[in-house]
Ligand binder design. Structure first.
Ligand SMILES: *[C@@H]1O[C@H](CO)[C@@H](O)[C@H](O)[C@H]1NC(C)=O
Ligand SMILES: *[C@@H]1O[C@H](CO)[C@@H](O)[C@H](O)[C@H]1NC(C)=O
Ligand SMILES: *[C@@H]1O[C@H](CO)[C@@H](O)[C@H](O)[C@H]1NC(C)=O
Ligand SMILES: *[C@@H]1O[C@H](CO)[C@@H](O)[C@H](O)[C@H]1NC(C)=O
Ligand SMILES: *[C@@H]1O[C@H](CO)[C@@H](O)[C@H](O)[C@H]1NC(C)=O
Ligand SMILES: *[C@@H]1O[C@H](CO)[C@@H](O)[C@H](O)[C@H]1NC(C)=O
Length: 190
């Protein structure tokens, strides 16, 4: 083989190596992009704080309670595009009974931002609870009241103004109201 042919072959090999390396590099970039920026995650919704107002209750007779809860709700969107959600009702429950509903007005959480909203909910224990009242009587006598707050925020995440994906963010929180201090004692969200 001539020296010049050998040289040419080596140059070709080098060229192929560069192409392969280039393709591998691009694939890695695309993969990283797909796994981070393009991966659409379900936003998280939680109750961040609660203020208790106008609390009334009586553990004797037909046990009952009523109050207004001012809840700060946070929608955390970790996507690289905004999350727009529809009007939603948040249910406040005692046991399995709904004792109040809060309106979450449609809005959007910007890319990689947390949207905070204040939602006021009037809580009234229904006759459905007072009728089978032993559980409620015990609970009110203990000085605390355990409530749960659930909501399902249906919406869409939009990436780069064109890629849209429906996502439903679920809120599921439990809270304990201290009946004597009117303060919230525990607040846990899934
Ligand atoms: C709340 O309960 C009190 C008694 O504890 C009662 O007088 C009042 O009418 C109730 N309010 C509502 C909105 O049900
Ligand atoms: C609670 O109910 C009992 C029995 O119905 C009643 O005698 C009492 O006055 C009530 N207490 C308050 C603070 O309303
Ligand atoms: C969402 O709620 C707001 C305020 O209650 C209301 O004005 C609007 O019509 C609702 N939108 C839809 C689509 O229901
Ligand atoms: C309610 O709060 C008061 C004051 O912070 C506290 O002394 C009391 O123990 C609490 N009640 C219950 C049942 O935890
Ligand atoms: C809220 O309660 C209504 C009926 O009372 C029910 O249809 C709805 O599914 C509940 N929402 C959630 C998020 O559980
Ligand atoms: C909320 O979470 C509790 C457990 O933490 C679970 O038992 C309950 O079914 C959940 N509720 C909803 C509506 O997902």
């Amino acid at each position: 083989m001539l020296e010049s042919e050998k040289y040419k072959k080596m140059q070709n090999m080098k060229c192929y190596a560069y192409i392969v390396a280039g393709v591998v590099f691009q694939t890695i970039i695309i993969l990283v992009f797909a796994l981070t920026v393009m991966r659409i995650k379900t936003p998280r919704v939680r109750v961040r704080s609660v203020t208790v107002q106008n609390l009334n209750y009586n553990a004797s007779g037909a046990p009952h309670f009523n109050m207004t809860l001012i809840m700060e709700i946070a929608v955390k969107n970790t996507n690289f595009g905004h999350f727009r959600f529809e009007n939603t009702t948040a249910n406040i429950t005692f046991g399995s009974v709904v004792v109040g509903r809060g309106e979450i007005i449609k809005s959007r959480a910007r890319a990689r931002k947390t949207k905070r909203m204040n939602v006021a909910v009037d809580i009234v224990s229904s006759s459905a609870i007072s009728d089978g009242n032993d559980e409620l009587r015990t609970e009110l006598s203990s000085g605390t009241l355990r409530l749960a707050g659930v909501a399902r925020l249906r919406g869409k995440v939009t990436l780069m103004k064109m890629m849209k994906k429906s996502k439903t963010a679920e809120m599921n929180c439990t809270m304990t109201v201290n009946l004597s201090s009117h303060a919230l004692q525990d607040l846990d969200c899934e």
